[in-house]
Design a protein around this ligand. Structure first.
Ligand code: NAD
Length: 354
């Protein structure tokens, strides 16, 4: 057995259908008063409902969260938190809204109570991200890890089928890379394999029947395990590549993860055989890469970068950027290898693994 370091992240998780009912109790437990509720404009209704539920405990709703947390949005939200003398943030939504809560916590240190409504997993990580002049800066800071997370699968029943599939594949990507992480450890590997299993078994049903309580509960359970995996160990080629494609070519986050994952997994397959065995076992598939490709395709999720608007002419720049800063990956990252991977992903053709 390889030596390892296991660093547990402190957060309280309240999981279950109807767990939103425990919101006021959880805020009291956190000892946090004067909550500022955060959401996207699309989820304004839900944010208002949560503020109403909190009554006097809520001091306002900031409903302007945007993908990738633009610095202007972060500054406006920070100013609003300060003006209202907020004692905590209640972030209800996907990774973008949790990310806005983190941008506030990063400067003010006020606690976040997160109520995730997608499978992105940001609520379980101490990773923040803020975009300035088209460049997304990320960092780790224990202050931005939400203190309490309420997972209520009921809130995920409104995720449209396409986002259910792609957000779920985004969560699976965290688990895949955790299994071959440089700093992998046996506990996180258990979480990651179980996360893939729970998501792969439930996502197709959640896509077909969005209000199926069991499918939604299993999928959110898997997303929680994926979030733990993402927050605990380092990611590799797949996440770096998606970060580059999202930032430079403005490709949508969850869809890009969905398209790249089978190809990045294929790229690493010979270099990480034990991880591949576990991924394939969780997917009940003959190989990890094939299993991931077929899972996405079976849900009608995008399988090619071309369908997301990427052009053949963009591949050179993407490959250059992907190899600019060296980072850990089980198989060495070469420009030639990344270019071939991107070409396959552009066309949505899975390379045969010998
Ligand atoms: P998102 O938060 O941008 O949400 C996408 C859209 O779906 C929004 O319009 C939102 O209002 C809507 N939506 C969310 N939940 C819904 C629901 N239940 N029903 C109907 N509509 C709903 O998307 P995301 O994929 O959750 O998050 C992506 C962002 O999170 C990216 O910026 C990514 O970089 C970041 N992220 C950060 C971390 C981290 O650890 N820091 C982890 C994962 C993702």
């Amino acid at each position: 057995m390889l030596p390892f370091i296991y660093d547990i992240l402190p957060s309280r998780v309240v999981f279950g259908l109807g767990s939103l009912e425990r919101l006021t109790e959880e805020l009291d437990r956190l000892g946090a008063a004067r909550a500022l509720v955060l959401s996207t404009p699309e989820q304004r209704g839900l944010a208002a409902e949560i503020a109403a539920r909190l009554g006097e405990r809520a001091v306002g709703v900031f409903d302007r969260s945007l993908m990738h947390v633009p610095i202007e949005t972060a500054q406006a939200a920070r100013a609003e938190a300060e003006r209202l003398n907020a004692g905590c943030c209640v972030a209800v939504g996907g990774g973008s809204t949790t990310g806005l809560g983190k941008a506030i916590a990063l400067v003010s240190g006020i606690p976040i109570l997160a109520i995730p409504t997608t499978y992105a997993g940001s609520e379980m990580t101490p990773i923040w991200g803020i975009t300035e002049a088209g460049v997304k800066k990320t960092g780790r800071d224990p202050r931005v890890l939400p203190k309490t997370v309420i997972y209520d699968p009921r809130l995920t029943m409104t995720i449209p089928p396409q986002l259910t599939a792609t957000s779920g594949m985004n969560a699976i990507a965290h688990c895949v890379e955790a299994l071959y992480a440089k700093d992998a450890n046996p506990v996180i590997s258990l979480c990651a394999e179980e996360g893939i299993r729970a998501l792969a078994r439930s996502l197709p049903a959640a896509v077909k029947e969005p209000d199926n309580p069991e499918a939604r509960s299993q999928a959110l359970y898997g997303a929680w395990l994926a979030g733990i995996s993402l927050g605990s160990v380092g990611m590799a080629l797949h996440h770096k590549l998606c970060h580059t494609l999202g930032g430079t070519f403005n490709l949508p986050h969850a869809e890009t993860h969905t398209v790249i994952l089978p190809h990045a997994t294929g790229y690493n397959s010979a270099a990480a055989p034990e991880a591949m065995r576990r991924i394939a076992r969780a997917l009940e598939a003959p190989s990890a890469a094939e299993g991931l490709y077929h899972l996405a395709a079976s849900m009608g999720a995008p399988t090619s970068l071309a369908s997301l608007g990427m052009k053949e002419a963009d591949l050179d720049k993407a490959a250059d950027l992907a190899v600019q800063n060296p980072y850990y990956n089980p198989r060495p990252v070469t420009r030639e290898g990344v270019y071939a991977l991107l070409q396959d992903a552009l066309r949505g053709e899975l390379r045969k693994i010998p």
